[in-house]
Design a protein around this ligand. Sequence first.
Ligand SMILES: [Fe+2]
Ligand SMILES: [Fe+2]
Length: 348
Amino acid sequence: MLKQENIGHSRFPHDQYWPPVNAVNEFSFTLNELLACNMGEITNQLNDIIVAKNNEELVNKYLAEIYSLYYGYKDAPRLDFWEKPEVFSRIEFVKLTLEDYLINSFLKSRYELPEISCVAQVGDYLRFFVEHNYGVNHAFFDFVADEMPEQQIKEFLLLEVIRNEVVDDEVALMVPGLQHSMKQVVVSNLWDECGNGAIDNFHTNWLRRLLTAHDDWSNILEYRAGQKPWIASISSNSFNAVLTTRFKCYRAYGHFMTTEAWVAPHFKKILQGMDRVGINDQNVRVYFDAHMRIDPHHADEMIEGLLKNTPELAQVVLYDIIKGAHQAAMAGEVMYDKLLEYFRGNEH
Ligand SMILES: [Fe+2]
Ligand SMILES: [Fe+2]
């Protein structure tokens, strides 16, 4: 229970809307046009513009736009039009078709499913997997630690803010469908995301402090409307694909387990990069410093939560968790490959 005097209390200004997104009334022109078609035409058009051209960029751009509707912030188009069942069913159809393409074509897994016969084996497998997949020591983070120039580090920090700006909501979306110890660890994770009840310790408040320290509040709005590379949406789109489809709640659990385990090795390199270029402000570093301590626990708790779940999880569920873990590893690997290329290509 919260103390009355703590409700709404903060030492920091909160006059800026969170997450730092631009208000929009409509989807982009081409997505609007697509959604105006009937189902048959939508299928043909998706085949023409996505499948035939292998258009990874468009898949990711459209999905990022569509997911805004599933969160409801001010970047979600608010036209009565979308409330009509026949229109919203087209949105869902496009979403599911694009997700299928994202997961089964662009993020096609390099990892084989293991033979499993009991939950303890799955725990051992995942404990090893989250520490030894290709994303853990990805070369992108060596580049951040050792070479990335200061200006690029500041740009990458904006991308990190965007990637993490609604992690609390993402964790909240993981709760329905879980029971017993798995629900226990996810709800505990959400309570941590929400500062154990203190607004100043909301993890998103640490991102606010980063933006304020770098005077980036208007820059981030311009950046996401203009130069932000679409490749930076890949891992969020992959996670949202399992979060926003309720029967995939166990995949979401496995997905998040992988990325929580990445936080410490990745953030360590980001902090090294900041040390190298002299970004010492605690307001900028607090998000990364704090997560170095918190997230290894979160990853461990998630494995413990599935081991202790009662009744014991069915094999199909255990495979779903593993598939989710694999999907996250692929999404991160693909995204960090592209980010490395992007930042190296933009070096001056
Ligand atoms: Fe967090
Ligand atoms: Fe976490």
